[in-house]
Ligand binder design. Structure first.
Ligand code: NAD
Length: 353
């Protein structure tokens, strides 16, 4: 019998409390401490009879831990994670890995220096739909990748904007939501090396964009587009179509179209299109739908984190890899600002997963 791993929760806010439920449900680990300076977090720790700490340093000095989940505001991810790594404690860091590529590089360096694992919280990678799509592309079932189209078309509720920062630059769909889609596309289709983008705030009229259109080039030569808007009653987003997060009512719809020279694939339904015989637009196109057993990604992420801590699995998204996703998102923001094509910079030095 293996002893459950002792995992600390650093940042017991909205997503932190969801992680807490997943820790509770896991046979591999248990929450061992709550670290968050708020009174609400102190109450939560008291209710659960768990030690409470106002800062990671105090916690790390006081107790032995097997791992920590960092679910604090973006700008604290890197300092909180580095404190843990320096104390020899593996971390699961929420996305985005950092508030900037420069900060992310500090975490990549700290990981390399300490040798302690970092798993980034790009939880969609744990979805079997995403894993199956990656396998199909990698196995060459689509042939050479030609073109990719991603959609994040959705309607945020009006009261979402009661929080001031969401109306300002940096609080919109490009930096907050698109990062999930960019990470999915990188994981499934490969590295993105340059981007162009246009944004618009014409519908809501806030300083932040409500709509964006992107063009990008993958390192393997495929071209991609993404259309993003948070002002439209549409079913074409991972959120509404994948069934991953039950808070969103589910509708049939697709959000990624992946086209190759020998076949094409739509997600999340995993419809695979190809020609049985001679290819050509007069010929009948064959449709197969792959089925996968649904898995709840945040629960699978906790299982995987425990396996990473025990050294039996390598992080599905390590620090360098998550820093590359962030670099693409930064390049999109820069491309929209400048109106020029932007090469994805800040290629972190440590090897990617
Ligand atoms: N994977 C996802 O889909 C997903 C979803 C939501 C949020 N997130 C990410 O999770 C992070 C947290 O988001 P949230 O919505 O839960 O925010 P939140 O504001 O609800 O929670 C953050 C918590 O961190 C605490 N905190 C602040 N300073 C701290 C410190 N020094 N030490 C310990 N705790 C501290 C705050 O008191 C708060 O309780 C963000 O990086 C966000 O991008 C990811």
């Amino acid at each position: 019998v293996t002893t459950p791993l002792a995992i600390a929760l650093v940042g017991a806010g909205l997503i932190g409390r969801v992680h807490l439920e997943r820790l509770d449900a896991s046979p591999d680990c248990a929450c061992a401490a709550i670290c968050d300076p708020t009174d609400a977090a102190k109450v939560l720790a008291t209710e659960r009879n768990l030690p409470w700490f106002p800062s990671p340093r105090e916690m790390l000095a006081a107790m032995r831990l097997d791992g920590a989940i960092i679910a604090t505001p973006n700008a604290l991810h890197v300092p909180n994670a580095i404190d843990c790594l320096e104390a020899g404690v593996p971390v699961l860091v929420e996305k985005p890995l950092a508030e900037s590529v420069a900060a992310a590089q500090r975490l990549v360096d700290a990981q390399a220096r300490t040798g302690i694992p970092v798993l980034a919280g790009h939880h969609r990678r744990h979805n079997p739909i995403v894993k199956a799509a990656r396998r199909l592309v990698r196995d060459g079932r689509l042939g050479r990748l030609v073109a990719v189209n991603a959609l994040f078309l959705i309607r945020k509720p009006d009261d979402y904007f009661d929080v001031a920062w969401r109306k300002q630059a940096g609080g919109g769909p490009v930096l907050i939501n698109l990062i999930h889609d960019i990470d999915n596309l990188r994981f499934i289709c490969g590295e993105i090396d340059s981007v162009q983008a246009m944004t618009s705030n014409a519908t809501r009229g806030f300083a932040v964009e409500d709509t964006a259109a992107l063009i990008f080039r993958f390192a393997n030569g495929a071209l991609g587009t993404a259309t993003v808007s948070d002002v439209t009653p549409a079913p074409w987003s991972w959120e509404l179509s994948s069934g991953e997060n039950k808070a969103y009512p589910q509708r049939d719809g697709h959000c990624y179209l992946i086209a190759g020279s020998e076949g094409s694939l739509s997600l999340p339904k995993l419809d695979l299109w190809s020609y049985e015989g001679k290819p050509g637009w007069w010929e009948p196109l064959r449709q197969e739908t792959l089925s996968v057993e649904p898995v709840e990604p945040l629960a699978e992420q906790v299982r995987h984190f425990c396996a990473v801590i025990r050294g039996t699995e390598q992080p599905i998204t390590n620090a360098a890899d998550a820093a590359r996703t962030l670099a693409v998102v930064e390049a999109v923001a820069e491309a929209a600002r400048s109106g020029s094509m932007v090469a994805v910079a800040g290629q972190p030095r440590a090897q990617a997963a």
